[in-house]
Design a protein around this ligand. Structure first.
Ligand code: SF4
Length: 280
């Protein structure tokens, strides 16, 4: 016998079906024919639909890359395309910073990061330094190379006859790896996409890769630092040299002389002369 529903029951049933459809469960009821309709409980015994809570603005879902040993060669940026006008480069970098936002594109977002360390310096710099990743001081301040290694980098820049404000400084990853570990390839491969865009905006004449992690991801090569030093390389259409990371020089100051040789290579390419020592 067919059950005849009152207008109120129809309205109640419509509400329940809408609720089930929104919850993805409506298909569960398909295929029940008239012969079996009697097994459907009377509408009056159905539980009241649970009120749907007010929508909550969900946090953006983290995008977690698979752990990978993949090493991706740097994406080519066409340096023959029109460069962003020098006056507009600061705004272009700021737009990129906004695009990065409170980034959760790799695992480093979830491993104790305090601040994203975007980059620092002159948007029109001829010389661009790239390190590995932020340390504790950088993570607290949101600025690259501000700790002891940063002080040594400042001294290296001054020895070249430049000022830190005239160069641009960034890292392979923008978030601090826990316990200063080396970034995983998946983390570095994701984050360097932002670095390549920064390089594309600044368009330096020369990039200095500080340490093997920077060299690896900028050149797409796992060759040892000893093999890569002392030569001019090509990175995305611009010139690149490799030298030791200042943090390594703090641990092994004997390599400062070798680093100076690398910096002289850079100075020769950029036509820089070291400042005269003041007579005392
Ligand atoms: S390291 Fe780079 S990609 Fe990973 S969360 Fe930080 S900004 Fe995003």
């Amino acid at each position: 016998m067919k059950t005849v529903l009152s207008p109120e029951q129809r309205q109640q049933l419509a509400t329940v079906l809408t609720y089930c459809r929104e919850m993805g469960g409506v298909d569960f009821y398909r295929g029940i024919d008239d012969a079996h309709a009697s097994i459907v409980e009377p509408i009056s015994s159905l539980p009241e639909p649970t009120p749907i809570p007010n929508p909550v603005i969900a946090e953006p879902l983290p995008i977690m890359p698979p752990k990978s040993s993949l090493l991706v060669a740097p994406a080519a940026i066409d340096f023959s395309s029109p460069a962003i006008a020098p006056a507009a480069r600061a705004a272009a970098l700021e737009a990129l910073r906004q695009e990065i936002g409170d980034c959760t594109r790799c695992q480093l977002a979830f491993e104790g990061r305090n601040k994203i360390v975007f980059g620092d310096g002159d948007p029109n710099a001829e010389l661009l330094f790239v390190g590995e990743g932020p340390g504790a001081d950088e993570d607290m301040q949101g600025v690259p190379f501000v700790g002891r290694a940063g002080q040594l980098l400042n001294n290296m820049i001054a020895a070249m006859g430049l000022d830190r404000k005239r160069v641009y400084i960034a890292n392979i990853v923008k978030c601090r790896p826990p316990k200063n570990r080396v970034p995983e390839p998946a983390e570095a491969n994701i984050c360097t996409q932002f670095l390549f865009q920064q390089i594309g905006v600044v368009r330096p004449k020369l990039i200095v890769a500080l340490g093997s992690t920077a060299a690896t991801y900028l050149l797409g090569s796992k060759a040892a630092l000893s093999v890569l030093r002392g030569k001019m390389h090509d990175c995305m259409g611009t010139r690149l040299i490799v030298t030791y990371h200042p943090a390594y020089l703090l641990r092994d100051p004997r390599q400062k002389a070798e680093t100076w040789k690398d910096l002289q290579l850079a100075m020769k390419y950029l036509n820089l002369t070291p400042p005269k020592r003041s007579e005392s």
